[in-house]
Design a protein around this ligand. Structure first.
Ligand SMILES: [Zn+2]
Length: 57
């Protein structure tokens, strides 16, 4: 099992990464700088969500 491919956070959540491997999930979302306009999720990198929008601080 490898998560080294560029799977989006949106896909990871569908596979319940946030409950199976919380630390790996946290690494993807922290520190959040983008969110997904499609799903509403936040992520550390734009490429981790399917429809990235930058968060303004
Ligand atoms: Zn998404």
């Amino acid at each position: 099992m490898s998560d080294s491919d560029t799977k989006t956070l949106c896909a990871h959540v569908e596979e319940k990464l946030h409950t199976k491997d919380p630390q790996a999930y946290i690494a993807l979302i922290h520190p959040a700088s983008h969110y997904c306009q499609g799903c509403g999720r936040s992520a550390a990198k734009a490429e981790h969500v399917c429809r990235p929008q930058k968060l303004s601080e």
